[in-house]
Design a protein around this ligand. Structure first.
Ligand code: CO8
Length: 259
């Protein structure tokens, strides 16, 4: 499928999606929002695909934020009537397979927020994260105040949102925002390798693991523990559970059926 603001490519069982507006440092306009939603839906529906990687084109930015030029003259009533930014929530909630953000440079404002929508972040050592909306007289609008606080805690989230400063990849990893920091020239190799590992796992187990970790953000510990036990028990009924355990005992790689 041809897109205007993103590119997609299937590499084996991994879908690579690239935000492709390098002249605007991959700023996220409504076309990016719509196209990324379509690309993630296509990835999610394709049984040959097990994991996706999202990155930004060029060497400088993952995404430098929502597109300020698109918002500068937009009347307030339109933001409300269009439920501006709601598409981001929808695509995140609907995608049941995992996707990794490979952050290659600036991830600011909406860029940081989209990275946090991913299941985890692998960052280049050049990456910079921040929620600088306050400098524009606004506040995060795509989940930044909520996801950042859950990821790094109140103190650092307040620091970043109130001062609008950027943090580098090392600080982001220390704070728990980023899963791994890798040398800049190895970012895509490392992200693709991680995605290939995930795509090689039993598909139902992948979805269940993602759902369970996400549930930890939405529920109490005791409810989450019940949810975990029930999904674990349901997975014991799958052919892939039998195959995975049999393959271990027989000292051979498993052959997943996806059921
Ligand atoms: N939107 C639109 N265009 C952008 C954006 C952006 N977020 N960021 C960069 N660009 C464009 C620049 O305008 C410039 O284009 P042009 O050459 O046509 O002028 C081009 O990208 C290159 O940018 P710079 O020349 O600025 O590059 P520098 O290397 O000098 O600086 C920075 C890089 C530091 C990343 C700088 O570009 C910057 O500060 N960008 C904006 C960062 C930002 O504020 N992001 C948050 C945006 S707001 C948001 O994400 C959520 C808003 C929620 C509010 C909801 C209520 C309305």
């Amino acid at each position: 499928m041809a897109y205007e603001t993103i590119t997609t490519e299937q590499r084996g069982s991994v879908t690579l999606i690239t935000i492709n507006r390098p002249d605007a440092l991959n700023a996220l306009n409504t076309t990016v929002e719509r196209e990324l939603g379509e690309a993630l839906a296509a990835f999610d529906a394709d049984d040959s695909q097990g994991c996706a990687v999202l990155t930004g084109s060029g060497d400088k930015a993952f995404a430098a934020g929502a597109d300020i030029k698109e918002m500068v003259d937009k009347p307030s009533a339109e933001f409300f009537q269009e439920d501006f930014f709601s598409g981001w929530n929808e695509m995140t909630a609907k995608t049941r397979k995992p996707w990794i953000a490979a952050v290659n440079g600036f991830a600011l404002g909406g860029g940081c927020e989209v990275a946090m929508m991913a299941d985890f972040i692998i960052a280049s050592e050049n990456a910079k994260f921040g929620q600088p909306e306050i400098k524009l007289g606004v506040a995060p609008g795509m989940g930044g105040s909520q996801r950042l606080t859950r990821a790094v805690g109140k103190s650092k989230a307040m620091d970043l949102c109130l001062t609008g400063r950027m943090m580098d990849a090392e600080e982001a990893e220390r704070a728990g925002l980023v899963a791994r920091v890798v040398p800049h020239d190895q970012l895509m190799d490392e992200a693709m390798k991680a995605a290939e590992v995930i795509a090689s796992m039993a598909p139902m187990a992948v979805k269940v693991n993602k759902e369970l970790v996400d549930a930890a953000y939405e529920t109490t510990l005791s409810q989450g523990m019940v949810h975990e036990r029930r999904l674990f028990q349901i997975l014991t009924a799958t052919e892939d559970k039998k195959e995975g355990m049999k393959a271990f005992v027989e000292k051979r790689p498993p052959e997943w059926k996806g059921r």
